[in-house]
Ligand binder design. Structure first.
Ligand SMILES: Nc1ncnc2c1ncn2[C@@H]1O[C@H](COP(=O)(O)OP(=O)(O)OP(=O)(O)O)[C@@H](O)[C@H]1O
Length: 459
């Protein structure tokens, strides 16, 4: 009891008035956690809810776990929530491992219960041994400083009050209070490997250091401090560099990245991945290495396909990361009416055209997306379309026409964005490359009488 109170206070896991969902698998750890929190609930002035997910891994045994948790909570007068999810089916459908799917479903269920009850915290029962085992497993597999910080006492609204308490103490507590937890079946994570670490490696290490569990936990804590600092720096730089086109598309200037310390580069990529797909760990170290090589060494225009549907595109001095489908064939053409609004569905935008008198032009504010041209020079019908093979254009201020492709290159328009740039044309020529330039041929001169005013806006 003293130990967990110390942990709670040291890491500020609980505040008066908290409503806490306790994740109860039915094993010794979570039963001990529930009992402990129930004992101190008045001291801390908190309200508890029990939550159990039946993963449907083990038929009747799993149902008994669920029943057990339900009964236990009822005996303690704690409102409980039990849900059954067919995790094996979901894992198969989504291509996750059983362990991954179980974890995702479990945490989304805890969130659901928190939503329902208005809880602001979720308590899970990882203990000191879990911490040491996780650290050793990661060390053996190979990991970075972040991985060696192992399990955290607090992350978002998840709290782990038992993280400094050993399995031995937890079993002692259960025995003392006559609690009868069910066998802990919850650990699907390479059970065999973890068990070997638990039963062989840790006892061996204990011959060298009696307090190996505490030592490993301390190491994780020291590393966490340093890791937090590097993360903080990475966040700062990420926020400084990254430009979002949309939620599914972001750009990072390559020279900014290149100047950053390599320790920050890989973290910035992970933050970008997190922004796109919600999870930092969605791609592995080897993918980050490939991405770094791609960003700094590959040629313009090439694409790199990463897991989770992420595409990286290097274009000029920008690295684009997106989960959008990169479509090549999106040709569109719309006729423009002189005094009307034309919707361009493909770009989710509209173009408003008005023919006005030359004199009225003075009152129109100058904006990049509002342009005026000499209407009397327009031949045939007006339209807006995207680029075609062989397009040429005479940019305002230049001596003659050039290939539209070269114009785009001059303006560093990424290749895969060129399809998305509207071009206002007449029967003969491109009049306006929207967002960039109008044509020299259609510019307003002293002779201009009627003006076509065009305004391009998002829908
Ligand atoms: N079926 C379950 N229902 C409710 N809570 C559970 C369930 N399984 C696990 N938990 C909670 O999660 C904690 C960690 O469980 P376990 O060690 O099996 O998961 P892990 O895979 O190691 O970790 P994590 O779930 O945090 O990724 C348990 O102590 C318990 O609080």
């Amino acid at each position: 009891m003293d130990k967990i109170k110390k942990t709670i206070d040291r890491y500020q896991l609980i505040e008066a008035g908290d409503r806490i969902v306790v994740a109860v698998s039915g094993g010794p750890d979570s039963v001990c956690l529930l009992h402990l929190l129930d004992t101190i609930k008045d001291f801390y002035n908190i309200k508890l809810y029990g939550a159990h997910l039946n993963h449907n891994f083990r038929g009747i045994e799993a149902q008994k776990d669920a029943q057990y948790v339900h009964n236990l909570c009822e005996e303690m007068g704690i409102m409980s929530f039990v849900k059954s999810v067919d995790v094996p089916v979901i894992a198969k459908e989504k291509g996750y491992t059983l362990e991954e799917a179980g974890r995702i479903m479990r945490y989304s269920f805890f969130d659901e219960v928190a939503e329902k009850t208005g809880a602001n915290k979720i308590a899970v029962a990882h203990n000191l041994n879990d911490q040491a085992e996780t650290l050793l497993m990661r060390l053996l597999r190979g990991t970075g400083i972040q991985g060696l910080t192992a399990i955290h006492h607090k992350r978002g609204r998840i709290i782990r009050p038992l993280l400094d308490t050993s399995r031995e103490d937890i079993e002692g507590y259960c025995g003392f209070h006559n609690l009868k937890p069910r066998m802990d079946h919850t650990n699907f994570e390479t059970i065999y490997h973890r068990n070997k670490i638990r039963l062989q490696l840790i006892p061996l290490l204990q011959e060298y250091n009696n307090n190996i569990l505490e030592t490993l936990a301390k190491t994780a804590e020291i590393l966490k401090l340093d890791s937090d600092y590097i993360d903080y720096q990475a966040h700062q730089l990420y926020n400084q560099l990254t430009v979002y086109d949309s939620k599914t598309r972001l750009k990072i200037p390559i020279d900014g990245l290149e100047k950053a310390h390599p320790a920050l580069q890989s973290r910035i990529f992970r933050l970008a991945v997190e922004a796109l797909v919600g999870r930092r760990e969605a791609i592995e170290y080897k993918h980050i290495q490939i991405l770094i090589d791609f960003a700094f060494k590959e040629v313009t225009g090439k694409q790199l396909q990463l897991p989770m549907g992420i595409t990286a595109i290097r274009s000029y001095d920008l690295l684009l990361l997106t989960t959008d489908a990169i479509e090549e064939n999106t040709a569109f053409t719309y006729s423009l009416n002189h005094n009307a609004t034309t919707e361009i569905d493909e770009l989710d935008s509209r173009l408003i055209c008005r023919v006005i008198n030359r004199n009225a032009l003075m009152e129109i504010p100058k904006q990049a997306h509002t342009k005026a041209i000499d209407y009397d020079k327009v031949k045939g019908s007006l339209k807006v379309r995207n680029r075609r093979e062989g397009d040429r254009f005479w940019p305002l201020g230049l001596k003659g026409t050039k290939k539209l492709k070269d114009f785009f290159i001059d303006y560093k328009v990424p290749r895969e964005m060129r399809q998305q740039i509207p071009l206002v044309c007449d029967d003969d020529e491109i009049i306006w490359v929207v967002g960039y330039r109008i044509s020299e041929k259609y510019k307003i001169t002293n002779e201009t009488k009627r003006v076509l005013l065009m305004e391009y806006t998002p829908k």
